[in-house]
Write a protein that binds this ligand. Structure first.
Ligand SMILES: C[S@@+](CC[C@H](N)C(=O)[O-])C[C@H]1O[C@@H](n2cnc3c(N)ncnc32)[C@H](O)[C@@H]1O
Length: 367
């Protein structure tokens, strides 16, 4: 769980039961040994969600569960634990769906998308777990340069950095819900955490780079990245992506604006058309991934996608599109020479194959 990049919550279910009324919720919740799990000295909070349920309000469901817990402990020892919604020692998750309730302990103790590095953010930042999913879907293995030319507060760069350095997703978290579990073994956890943290390794400077037209965004990205191990090895600059040097044979991952407040009052369709032109003219041999909150915007890029995949970001119906750009002539010549050399070496013929990525580069083309 300390290393999991994609889930937003990790929960440990305690009890599941049919739940057609608040009275039943109150009664069945008291079958759990809350005195052992919370006691009187620790604070707790309940996070509830309901759908297709006779109990229609999540806050009411949470209140009923809170009453059950507090009444049970008070009956046993005469005093009760306090509720702390901001920083509870014990986080309890109540989920009711189709009149079936599950009460769980939250093993992380908080939503795991809050990594702790993004204290400074521009408007509309990507959720960290969505950025991590994007990096996972690119299948980038830290073997080619990665660029986000519209990096905003740097979420894509930060998740790529964490992946490349082996920094666990929970690295900046001070505490975890599971540390409050009755069977928590501090010695085993400390040893495992040290082993994982000791394996964090640096990257080559410039392997990951980002830029943004907005200097404040670049400042935020720099501050956010500096909170992570080896964040100083990510190259950042303020630039309009159209003015960047060519970016060939790399992986470009970006989340362009969706249409609000485009600089210079440019039409959003023209903005995406320009992005497609930039890929064609300056990104030979590069695989580009574009994440948008409005799928229809991809139509205006003017390039054929290799694939498009759904990926929701909060309420947004997001899409990640992949574009494989032609290798430049020089790169094509190099790949051809390499392929010829490999084919003429008899001892290597067993493993001889088309140079990596060549097929994709050759098949993708502008519309
Ligand atoms: C949707 S935001 C990116 C948010 C980012 N993924 C994050 O998590 O913070 C789009 C970004 O594109 C930048 N941008 C807009 N036009 C640009 C251009 N021509 N060149 C470079 N950046 C640009 C904006 O300043 C903004 O930061």
């Amino acid at each position: 769980m300390y290393q999991a990049r994609i889930p937003t919550r990790v929960i440990a279910p305690l009890v599941t039961f049919d739940c057609h009324s608040d009275k039943y919720l109150y009664k069945r919740a008291q079958e759990v040994d809350w005195m052992t799990l919370i006691g009187t000295d620790r604070t707790f909070a309940i996070f509830a969600s309901v759908s297709a349920s006779n109990i229609t309000h999540s806050k009411y469901a949470a209140l009923k569960l809170k009453d059950a817990i507090v009444d049970m402990i008070r009956d046993q020892v005469g005093t009760r634990p306090d509720v702390d919604r901001r920083e509870p020692d014990v986080s309890i998750n109540l989920h009711i769906e189709n009149n079936r309730a599950t009460i769980s302990l939250d093993a992380a103790g908080q939503s795991m998308h809050r990594r702790g590095y993004r204290l400074d953010a521009m408007e509309a930042p990507l959720q960290e777990t969505v950025a991590a999913s994007i990096i996972r879907m690119t299948e980038w293995k830290a073997d080619r340069p990665l660029l986000d030319p519209m990096c905003g507060s740097g979420t894509i760069l930060a998740e790529a950095l964490m992946m490349a350095t082996g920094t666990p997703s929970g690295y900046l978290h001070q505490s975890f819900g599971f540390e409050q579990f009755p069977d928590f073994d501090l010695w085993a956890w400390s040893a495992r955490k040290k082993e994982i943290d000791d394996a964090i390794k640096p990257i080559e400077k410039g392997l990951i780079s980002g830029s943004d037209i907005d200097s404040e965004a670049v400042r935020f990205a720099r501050k956010n990245l500096s909170r992570l191990p080896h964040g100083d090895l990510v190259t950042l600059s303020r630039a309009d992506y159209r003015d960047l040097d060519s970016f060939e044979n790399g992986v470009l991952v970006t989340n362009p604006p969706y249409g609000v407040r485009l600089n210079g009052g440019m039409r959003i369709e023209d903005f995406y058309k320009n992005l497609g032109d930039f890929f064609k003219q300056k990104c030979a041999g590069t695989t580009a991934y574009v994440y948008v909150g409005k799928p229809e915007l991809l139509k205006t890029v003017g390039l054929r996608t290799t694939w498009k995949k759904e990926l929701v970001n909060g309420a947004l119906d997001g899409r990640l599109a992949r574009y494989d750009m032609y290798a430049g002539q020089r790169e094509k010549d190099r790949l051809r020479r390499e392929a010829q050399a490999t084919a003429t070496e008899p001892e290597t013929t067993d493993t001889a194959e088309a140079p990596q990525g060549q097929e994709a580069q050759e098949t993708a083309d502008p519309k």
